[in-house]
Write a new protein. Structure first.
Length: 122
């Protein structure tokens, strides 16, 4: 079963909403990075951590932030690819790239950039 025109329009809106959310998250992250070091953001007068554990905590937070930025960037790329597929080949949008079977609309409503029927390769 292929998607109806109304379902495709709904998914396009969902993709646009998710794209805006991802861009806002990336822009927020860039703005926070531009605001200065962790010490400057927290108002510390010294750039030297007061405790060695603080340095580890700062490093861990930077790694978490970097991983989040990477995840959101990949998600944004997947969303852009889905929007492109929806425009170029609307009749093939929502077809599993592994099996050729239709991806359930319920799955596409949750993950509109899904390329497969299963979660493993979304």
């Amino acid at each position: 079963m292929t998607l109806t025109q109304a379902q495709r329009a709904h998914l396009e809106r969902r993709l646009q909403d998710e794209r805006a959310r991802a861009l806002a998250a990336l822009n927020r992250s860039v703005a926070e990075d531009a605001a200065g070091t962790e010490e400057e953001r927290s108002g510390d007068a010294s750039v030297v951590p007061t405790h060695p554990a603080d340095l580890g905590t700062d490093t861990m937070q930077q790694e978490i932030d970097s991983a989040d930025e990477t995840r959101v960037s990949r998600q944004l790329a997947a969303i852009d690819e889905a929007l492109d597929r929806l425009v170029r080949t609307p009749d093939r949008f929502g077809i599993c790239q592994e099996t050729g079977a239709p991806i359930p609309f319920e799955r596409l409503d949750i993950v509109p950039w899904a390329r497969t029927c299963s979660d493993a390769n979304a």
